[in-house]
Ligand binder design. Structure first.
Ligand SMILES: [Zn+2]
Length: 351
């Protein structure tokens, strides 16, 4: 059987041999392969068309069928740019074997709404969360420094807060048990500084801090991570490496030191579950486990349907054997809120 992860690699490899529109089609299909909900081999067994899969047209379908019939000699080494990504089909197979694991999940701690570069309203994101029987979600729109992603300033954040309150009131009226948390994906510069006023961050339930600049440097970035973690406003370090499948390898650091510092400050590092991020990946998660660092799962969803990406993070955490008590999203809401308060108190009382 040729699993989707290997088909992805063949597609990405083929893209490098083609040019123009064909190259782009292969590249797109490779990226999409991580999102296909079922293994291609199962589809073929059931005589289903591969064109029902995202990113697959008749031409790519024919190419994949050829590979399935006569598997090419495996690409010896997957380039680092594409290493350690889990496919959704693989994740679901893994999770199906351990149903108790997914049942612990109570919420999703990174998603975007139409307040920044997402497509859904707060209410639509909440509806998608209700369908998944979540206890809470955190709305983490981009902050003002990230103009390209429609980052919001303090004023907009306040207005968004009023909308979130309204949505929560409506949810409570329908006697559902879901809380929309006020959060943000605060843009953090390489010196570890955020771009929002400290007061506006105090109004939020939870603050994610993420790097979005100087992500291609190859020099050791340990100091940058330590500075971001020591930023008193930050609870969770979002998509820590900044890697993107087949596009950017992400930053390097003395990871045991970074994770140890996060653990000392009782802060969390994220598994950004977006298929072409998967950041942290399994290899680094194992290092985080050794330092007993808290882990946060966030889909980084930009559309309501993308909440399903959570399976990639659940599978990565399972594969890295992260203990359940280290995962923020397994906490009941009150416990999560107690943690955010504790982290905040600890950090602000020191200064
Ligand atoms: Zn981000």
């Amino acid at each position: 059987m040729l699993p989707n992860t290997e088909i992805a690699e063949l597609l990405a490899h083929q893209a490098e041999r083609e040019t123009g529109i064909l190259s782009r089609a292969f590249r797109r299909a490779a990226r999409s392969a991580f999102l296909w909900p079922e293994e291609v081999s199962d589809l073929i067994e059931q005589n289903r068309a591969l064109t029902e899969l995202r990113g697959v047209g008749p031409f790519i379908e024919k190419q994949i069928q050829k590979w399935i019939e006569k598997p090419p000699r495996r690409a010896k080494i997957v380039p680092a740019l594409r290493q350690d990504f889990i496919s959704l089909a693989e994740a679901r197979r893994l999770l199906a074997k351990r149903p108790a694991w997914s049942k612990k999940l109570r919420g999703d701690l990174q998603m975007h709404s139409c307040w920044s570069d997402g497509s859904g309203t707060i209410a639509e994101m909440a509806d998608a969360a209700k369908e998944r029987s979540y206890e809470y979600i955190a709305i983490t729109d981009h902050s003002k420094g990230l103009k390209i992603a429609g980052g919001i300033d303090e004023r907009a954040l306040k207005a968004q807060g009023a909308e979130i309150t309204e949505v929560n009131v409506a949810i409570r009226k329908s006697s559902l048990d879901l809380t929309v948390l006020r959060s943000i994906e605060m843009n953090v510069n390489p010196r570890g500084e955020g771009d929002m006023s400290a007061e506006s961050m105090m109004d939020l339930d939870l603050v994610l801090g993420s790097f979005h600049s100087s992500l291609r440097t190859t020099e050791d970035q340990t100091e940058r991570y330590l500075a971001a973690l020591r930023n008193p406003q930050v609870h969770i370090l979002g998509h820590p490496r900044g890697r993107i499948y087949n596009f950017r390898i992400g930053l390097t650091a003395d990871w045991p030191r970074v994770f140890a510092e996060a653990a000392r400050l009782d802060k969390a590092v994220e598994i950004d579950c977006y298929p072409d991020r998967q950041d942290l990946n399994v290899e680094l998660l194992k290092l985080a486990r050794e330092q007993s660092t808290r882990i946060s799962l966030g889909t980084d969803a930009h559309h309501p349907w993308q909440l399903e990406f959570i399976d990639l993070g659940l599978a990565a955490a399972l594969r890295a054997r992260i203990p359940a008590d280290r995962i923020l999203n397994f906490m009941p809401l009150v416990e999560l809120q107690a943690w955010t308060e504790r982290v905040r108190d600890r950090n602000t009382s020191k200064t």
